[in-house]
Ligand binder design. Structure first.
Ligand SMILES: CC(C)(COP(=O)(O)OP(=O)(O)OC[C@H]1O[C@@H](n2cnc3c(N)ncnc32)[C@H](O)[C@@H]1OP(=O)(O)O)[C@@H](O)C(=O)NCCC(=O)NCCS
Length: 172
């Protein structure tokens, strides 16, 4: 059985962006965020994705900024708020603890809003950050007038599958 799992959610009601205590969500700001995203990806997907080498800025460009749909306002970072110092994170030296990108699933007429690269620092999991990022994305989709979101994940990425099921995503 293919490990790929396609999920979708129809937005029946306006989503409410859920807050995670001590965490703020902000959009992509500048070039420094590329390095931040790359470091977070290495930490968050360690043991999940097998790549021969760490991703570089060129990979980020290929995956995101070279795409016609790329928009910095649709790439979010979860950061620790000032009242929540980062010093106890063994993995990340920056205050960024999570990220997600709103991409597109394909070309018209099958082009749909798509969750891409949802990830949270392993040292900060199970504190609602993944859900906060996902609901922020859902709210942006709703505000753009769209009512459906799709995504691809892997059957054996248990944490992600649990989160998506919990948030109302159903198998396609
Ligand atoms: C998937 C991931 C983003 C979840 O982030 P998170 O901040 O830990 O998730 P949350 O704390 O917001 O969890 C929300 C809900 O999802 C479910 N969930 C998340 N992780 C879970 C786990 N390990 N076991 C069971 N349920 C889990 C729970 O229902 C949880 O609610 P609860 O804590 O109130 O029970 C994170 O585990 C991660 O980065 N994983 C590696 C990268 C990855 O697989 N990304 C998805 C790519 S498609």
């Amino acid at each position: 059985m293919t490990p790929l799992l396609r999920l979708a959610k129809s937005l029946a009601f306006e989503p409410i962006a859920r807050a995670a205590p001590g965490v703020e969500i902000r959009p992509f700001r500048d070039e420094a965020d590329v390095d931040t995203w790359l470091a977070l990806r290495e930490a968050a997907f360690a043991g999940l994705v097998q790549s021969a080498r760490p991703w570089t800025r060129a990979d980020f460009e290929r995956e995101f900024t070279a795409k016609p749909w790329w928009s910095p306002e649709y790439c979010w970072f979860a950061t620790l708020s000032k009242s929540n110092p980062t010093s106890d994170s063994p993995v990340m030296s920056s205050p960024v603890v999570g990220s997600v990108v709103l991409g597109r699933s394909g070309r018209p007429p099958d082009d749909e809003a798509c969750v891409m690269w949802l990830m949270v620092d392993p040292a900060r999991r199970r504190r609602g950050i993944g859900r906060a990022l996902l609901t922020t994305l859902e709210q942006a989709v709703w505000n753009a007038g769209e009512r459906r979101i799709v995504l691809e994940t892997h059957r054996n990425w248990r944490d992600a599958v649990q989160l998506y099921q919990q948030c109302g995503y159903l198998p396609l």
